[in-house]
Design a binder for this molecule. Sequence first.
Ligand code: NI
Length: 488
Amino acid sequence: MFKKLLSLVLMAVIIAGIFTNTANFVCAKSFRNNVEVESLVDRLYNVILDREPDEYELDYWYDSLVKRRNTAADFIFAIFEDDYYISLKKDNACFVNDLYRALFDREGAADEVAYFKVRLDAGISREYIIKDMIETVEFTNFCMDCSIERGSILEQLSVESYYNSHNYIVRLYNVALDRNPDYEGMLDWQKKLVNKDVTGAEAAYEFIFSDECVAKTVADEDFIKMLYKVMLDREADDDGIDTWVAALNAGNTREQLFAGFVNSQEFTDLCSDYGIARGNYLIGREIDPSKPMIALTFDDGPAEGTMRILEMLEQYNQAATFFVVGSNAKYYQDTLKKMEEIGCEIGNHTYNHPNLTNCAVATILEEISSTNEYIFNAVGHNATLIRPPYGAYNDIVKENVSVPLILWSVDTRDWATKSTTSTVNSVLTDAKDGSIVLMHDIHESTVDAACILIPELVDQGYELVTVSELAFYKGIELEPGGAYYSIK
Ligand code: NI
């Protein structure tokens, strides 16, 4: 692809060179000597805008095309986006015909027109059809022949991701709302998705929790089937339905189920295939984004004292992240539920706390999945983050985790000092906006420190947030397998 592009560019440069020489020579005779380009500009105005370009317009576009300040794609797109053309409200067949006449100076053959019309009728946007036509061999050759730069619109998009994000939105309309998308609405969603202005999770939430959808998924099973269809693009299997029904019966909310789907590997993979941002679904807490933020994190629990930290967080409406080990998580299911309930985040700290850089891949996967099982049992979804024991990771670890790796920027060394005062002082001295603070809730001295720190930091004007909230409010997309020490 790159080679092809390069040779195209080279060829264009050579042709441009030849042309420039000729241009100097013929300059005296004619102001606009590139007849093809002049007639392209002329044709676009006549065919699309039903009028001649005025002198200024002709000069402007002719010049910017010949001097390569604009590409042919820029020009064509500008004309098709003109308010006048849009006000004509041409139907799909007319639109395709206009494109053929404007770009190729000919009528489209019946099968050519039919090909594009089918796509348009199925809801593919006009933007995309213009892109498709610009990128045809016929138009590419035309641009090379008259030595202008063809260009493209929607450069950042692969064709595939465009279609996929399109299909995703159509599915949201069809399945969640039981109706076909309206053209404007769909185009708007699609643009926002491909530009990453909204995430896959945000789009899904808007549809799934809309009044229209809530009204038609009164039964839990219908709700679950709909989540599978919309978010994973497949039918629910019986095991899946059983698991999620059990999670709801155990007191999980539909929002928590939704969070589980968002965090699933399958949805993560699907969004990455679609070339859209997956995003995160945070079970709502009121956060003032203008305040400085600190993410307190607690490793190796849950333990007896964890509940005390949670109660303190709840009292002050703050949150923290708990990187739990599976060997403790299995005994503290209620503590995990409490974390989820008050908006804390649960990370995975492996089952046996090994140094993962010394582990075989199978062991790494087993350490993570067995811990996730206990987290899932309690809260209905897997851990959203992982903290490798000892902060030790390498490329193999990064390649085999499906969530972000979270390290820390403030090490309280609470496990070594076992001193409440020293732990408190460490945080008050070193933590600042964007810090990720490492502590261990298995030590009573740390629990005591947390109970002093939470009110104190709130008093100092900080928001105590989870790691995902910190990333969200700082505008950072945490990548699976990426390693993060602080988030600013
Ligand atoms: Ni640890």
